[in-house]
Design a protein around this ligand. Sequence first.
Ligand code: CLR
Length: 265
Amino acid sequence: SHDMMGIHPYSGLEDPYSLYPHSLRNIDELCASIVRSHRETSQYRVEELQALRWKLFSREEIQTYQTKSVDEMWQHCAIRLTDAVQFVVEFAKHIPGFRMLSQNDQIALLKTGSMEVVLVRMSRFFNTENNTVFFDGKFAGTEVFKSLACGDLIAAVFDFAHGMCALKLTEQQIALFSALVLINADRPCLEDRGKVQRVQRSVELGLTHILHRDNQESLMHKLYQRMAVLRSLCSLHMEKLRWFSQRYPLTAHSLFPPLYKELFA
Ligand code: CLR
């Protein structure tokens, strides 16, 4: 729909794969599309989350989560995560250049990147003052996730959110960083690495442009460091998922959302 409105920055180019933005105006348009796509798929606005900051789970509610069985809580979280992933898929579709990639490469990028973008987005839903995340309508500390039986993963994920919050990124910076996490030519199983690389370069250029404009070029280095942490978190998530699927094959097979299975299993 964005393309039809003529917003797509490259729609007029003769070579549809020549994604590299040649002028400042193209970079501005690229950034604007990515920021708009982020805004339209981010579920909650920052101000809305700010207003909900002190809505915490009560003792009883926490206990209800803690007394759920391992597979019940896993299924519950897998459903929440899949909702979030669905919004990331929507976000990806509107990154200029993404839809020009082959179906195979779009899926390969989402398989490895969607969970990472969810974790980047988690920082918007995180309250560093009391280490809680917005989950199921209220703010939850790590103790809420106790029955998942993967405390190390939860601690690492909360740590990551804390570190992301410390960078104090603007919504535009989060949008461009999320796009860069997704469009990564180093991911496995890509058919046309060259094409992905060209899209990646344009997004990189956009992020550099925004950081330069915000006078925060030093953030680039820190963001690349966060990307390395993201990769390790996602392999930990996959490891836990394999552990869970072995112990609870029935839940993993028949009660997990199809998209969760398709992307991560
Ligand atoms: C991330 C940002 C999204 C909204 C959103 C939905 C679900 C949340 C997720 C955020 C953050 C991480 C989260 C998740 C539900 C469960 C998961 C709290 C806020 C925790 C870390 C448990 C992971 C368990 C897996 C191992 C199954 O826009």
